[in-house]
Design a binder for this molecule. Structure first.
Ligand SMILES: Cc1cc2nc3c(=O)[nH]c(=O)nc-3n(C[C@H](O)[C@H](O)[C@H](O)COP(=O)(O)O)c2cc1C
Length: 226
């Protein structure tokens, strides 16, 4: 892929710029910009509910040579606005003017520490990509995404060094129009925080939130159980 190609970053987290999805996507497009590629960024949840915004989404898709979807894992799948966007894009794809070859990759981050949690979601992305006629260049998964929580990767220090190394390799591969190499998938998904520490802070975080919302005694409620 030559450097005059256009890249579209689609951020699928409803948390917008304060999300881990954005941290990962922003870093990747910053690398692609260094190679001279032109990038555009959009937040999916702002683009799927009003007709003029939907048209805007179609225009951006039509314009892109490479589409990067970055999203959080929700209930082993994708957030509702991302699924909605996929349905809209699939429906529209046949009508879109573009006949050019368009590459597609997906980056999923999950709350649970195991990257394998995202396997089904990435398969959904691969099938979506195929159904739309995009060229699937691969998907990567990161566990323990809450430990990044919207902070720019460059500010997270050594903890995310393998995530950064993985994204650097991905950027090089995409610049060349190649598939994401296995080495990048492995580095990117390498556990970057010990599970015990992650779970301790995760549990503490839930308790603090519960206290803030006056729900401290409700944490073990099961309102839908029979
Ligand atoms: C509604 C909802 C459903 C979620 N479902 C899962 C899940 O099935 N598995 C998981 O590992 N994390 C799950 N999470 C946690 C998010 O994937 C995790 O916090 C992620 O790092 C958020 O990324 P973001 O900052 O890009 O939004 C869920 C979070 C929410 C709000």
């Amino acid at each position: 892929m030559t450097t005059d190609k256009k890249v579209l970053l689609l951020i699928g987290s409803p948390k917008g710029e304060n999300s881990t999805s954005a941290s990962l996507g922003n870093y990747l497009i910053s690398k692609l910009e260094e190679f001279g590629m032109k990038t555009e960024k959009a937040f999916i949840h702002r683009l799927v509910y009003r007709e003029e915004k939907i048209q805007n989404l179609f225009r951006m898709i039509d314009n892109a040579d490479l589409i990067i979807l970055t999203f959080p894992l929700y209930v082993d799948s994708l957030p509702a606005p991302v699924i909605k966007a996929m349905e809209l894009i699939k429906e529209e794809k046949d009508k879109l003017k573009s006949q050019k070859s368009q590459n597609f990759i997906a980056i999923c981050n999950s709350g649970f520490p195991e990257p394998s949690q995202s396997t089904v979601a990435l398969q959904i992305c691969r099938i979506f990509s195929k159904d739309c006629g995009f060229v699937w260049k691969g998907g990567v998964a990161l566990g323990g995404g809450a430990a990044i929580n919207g902070t720019p990767l460059q500010e997270k220090g050594g903890m995310v060094r393998n995530v950064i190394k993985g994204l650097d390799i991905i950027a090089h591969a995409l610049k060349e129009g190649k598939d994401i190499p296995q080495a990048a998938i492995d580095l990117f998904s390498k556990k970057f925080i010990p599970s015990a520490i992650y779970k301790t802070f995760g549990n503490l975080g839930w308790k603090l939130q519960a206290r803030r919302y006056g729900a401290k005694k409700k944490l073990k409620d099961k309102p839908y159980s029979l």
